[in-house]
Design a protein around this ligand. Structure first.
Ligand SMILES: O=P(O)(O)OC[C@H]1O[C@](O)(COP(=O)(O)O)[C@@H](O)[C@@H]1O
Length: 323
């Protein structure tokens, strides 16, 4: 894929973040999400790609924009055909409540390379580069933490496990605590939490637990670029979810989804911009004179280059970013 696309993709998440951050702390997660979708969708129109959304805001009848199957970009005859995974706002509740860790994220890969993960839960385990290949969803929690401690060469009491703070994780939390490892619970945003395992100074060594399946694919795109590892297993709860897996040709839902199942190859570009403050990315800051600052990260699987980008936006000169 054209490497210039890398920087253009950041514009897409910046636009979404700038729009949705306006709703930080306003108690309206729907409006925050709609704003992110609008900003992202508009900016996508400027990219010369032949894209199709495979992870998006829902089916065509549920979502007006960025729905699954929607054609994206200004395609020319030379445009590369790509799959697009979007989460215009990962952390809608966080934004509504003015809490941390919300990001806007997008990934692209050549057509056919991204798993068309249905909108349901997925069990996940994610680690950074030093522990890639050393943990498995097929192993018990205790074994994984023992192997992680060996891989990182630190005592199990110095391992920090990050887990979504949900009642469904009660047993997982108890088992982790029994091993002596520390737990960092978080309220929302498991894409950013999975990515954080790849940066030692962010203080989390492993992500465990159940979150959204679409978010699992986005996290896999980022972790491929970063040299980490995420594995997933679909976690359908309702009968219609099981039916949906079958219809989508996902076969046995118990299959352990490796990195290559989630995203094939390493021709990947992933970009994210902070909406509210998080450890990985700071949120949008609005300044006087209609200026705003964004913090983004963009990465390419082929080269493994990771760029952190701080941008100052003159909203008076870019009215499309301002509303
Ligand atoms: O809130 P639930 O139902 O436990 O779902 C977990 C999912 O919710 C999130 O925390 C936020 O997702 P939304 O922005 O769609 O609300 C995800 O990061 C995570 O994968």
């Amino acid at each position: 894929m054209d490497r210039n696309l890398t920087l253009n993709l950041v514009r897409v998440t910046e636009a979404a973040a700038l729009q949705s951050a306006r709703y930080l702390g306003r108690g309206d997660k729907i409006k925050a999400d709609e704003a992110a979708v609008r900003g992202m969708r508009r900016m996508f129109d400027t990219l010369t790609i032949d894209g199709v959304v495979v992870i998006g805001e829902g089916e065509m009848d549920e979502a007006p924009m960025l729905y699954i199957g929607e054609q994206i970009g200004k395609a020319t005859k030379d445009s590369i055909k790509v799959d697009i995974a979007v989460d215009p706002l990962d952390g809608t509740t966080a934004v509504a409540k003015g809490l941390s860790n919300a990001i806007s994220a997008v990934a692209i890969a050549p057509r056919g390379c991204l798993l068309h993960a249905p909108d349901m839960y997925m069990e996940k385990i994610a680690v950074g580069p030093k522990a890639a290949g050393k943990v498995s969803l097929d192993e018990p929690v205790e074994t994984n933490l023992k192997n992680l401690s060996k891989a990182l060469n630190k005592d199990i009491s110095d391992i920090t496990v990050t887990i979504l703070d949900r009642p469904r994780h009660k047993e997982l939390i108890e088992r982790v605590r029994k091993t002596g490892a520390r737990i960092k619970l978080f309220q929302d945003g498991d894409v950013a939490a999975a990515i954080a395992t790849c940066f030692e100074d962010l203080g989390v060594d492993i992500l465990m637990g159940i979150g959204g399946a679409p978010e699992g694919v986005l996290a896999a795109c980022a972790l491929k670029c970063l040299g980490g590892e995420i594995q997933g297993r679909l976690y359908p709860i309702k009968d219609e979810e099981k039916e949906r897996c079958k219809k989508m040709g996902l076969g046995n839902v118990d299959t352990l989804l490796t990195m290559d199942h989630l995203v094939r190859g390493n021709e990947i570009i992933f970009a994210a911009t902070g909406v509210s403050n998080g450890k990985l990315l700071k949120g949008v800051v609005y300044y006087e004179h209609n200026r705003a600052k964004t913090y983004s990260v963009v990465m390419r699987g082929e080269t493994g280059t990771i760029r952190f980008i701080e941008a100052i936006h003159r909203l008076d000169k870019k009215p499309e970013y301002a509303k």
